[in-house]
Design a binder for this molecule. Structure first.
Ligand code: RP5
Length: 164
């Protein structure tokens, strides 16, 4: 679902190489029927594009921004500097330090500019979508109901689990 006209969630990632992780965010948002768009925008390599996408997001109707990056992962922090929309950070599981670098770069924001940081890697990518949905659901009862159903189905799957 990539309709920049109606997007409620803007999903940014620092590199195309992040897509393998961030497609989980997009799939989850799609499953919940949340209009969103995914863009590559780097805090370091394309700072002007990043600033523009984030600065314009609110006036385009975006309500939550997800920003994922790996290594010296400043994307979420830079995004948060340019908007008062909630920004959720997804630390990528980087090749050299397995995401610890990304986690610390994303989570250790100075007081005054918050980033809600999720777990490293795929779990964080899925949860960034779910947390966005929870934020959007505060004014959308139908989304809240979908979240309840998702949790109930998840619980049922665990309860029905069998081991070999
Ligand atoms: C970050 O550097 C990206 O978010 C990516 O996780 C990491 C490596 O990028 P590539 O060298 O694979 O483009 O900016």
């Amino acid at each position: 679902m990539d309709n920049s006209e109606n997007s409620l969630v803007l999903v940014l990632m620092g590199s195309k190489s992040d897509w393998e992780t961030m497609r989980h965010t997009s799939e989850m948002l799609k499953n919940f029927g949340v209009p969103h768009e995914c863009r590559v925008a780097s805090a370091h390599r394309s700072p002007e594009l990043t600033r523009r996408l984030v600065s314009e997001a609110e006036s385009r109707g975006v309500e939550v921004i997800i920003a994922a990056a790996g290594g010296a992962a400043h994307l979420a922090g830079v995004a948060a500097a340019h908007t008062v929309l909630p920004v959720l950070g997804g630390p990528r599981d980087s090749r050299t330090l397995q995401g610890l670098d990304s986690l610390l770069s994303t989570v250790q924001m100075p007081a005054g500019i918050p980033v809600g940081t999720l777990a490293i890697g795929n779990a964080g990518a899925r949860n960034a979508a779910l947390l966005s949905i929870a934020i959007l659901a505060s004014s959308r009862p139908e989304l809240r109901e979908k979240l309840r159903r998702y949790r109930a189905e998840q619980a049922k799957t665990i309860e029905n689990e069998t081991l070999p």
